[in-house]
Design a protein. Sequence first.
Length: 239
Amino acid sequence: MNRSRDPARPAPWARARLGTRAVDYAWAADRQLRSLLGRAVVPTGTGGAAPVVLLPGIYETWEFLRPVATALARAGHPVHAVPALRHNARPVPESADVVVEHLERADLSGVVLVAHSKGGLIGKRVLLSPASDRVLGMVAVATPFSGSRWARYMLSRPLRSFDPRDPVLLALAGELLVNERITAVYPRFDPHIPETGRLPGARNVELPLAGHFRPLGQRLLVETVAREVARMEAERALP
């Protein structure tokens, strides 16, 4: 009996990755719908823990980071969104200026930035700004620090800015000194960032998860982010 695979039928690994994409986009669509249905309140803690500022990815609102924000609020962290980012379609330098203005206007200090995707690029730019002394560090989830090979094929200009050859991306990649203040958390398989979210010189944490959006709602990632935020705060307290 000939058990050879039908060449017209996708291999099991290909079907699995198609399934990952479907679940990933479904989760993202749900978050977008939640943000469109009303003005949800950012969960925030009342304890004395370090304040956290949420930096979502491109075309996202803070709602994508709600599972993480909820866990951090329960741990006592005052959690802040940056409403002026809106859906985060501005170029990275402009978005970083918006975040810096928010930090200064709200007089926040001892902050940990918690970012997803493009938010990590914005956060790194903030760490390179004069407002850097207000920030303890950043936990960046699935951030294309080295860009994405798929970006050049995107129709929208904001998405094409993640091309590894983009001047802004290259300039950020060349700034190595602040990398030690960043924890890069990324899934084992990210359909949007084949290069992964690894960052040279940073604390890199690869998780056995798949997807670009869906991991934000998974317990392992939420707990990892909360632990890294606590670690950054604890290191500040060391003599």
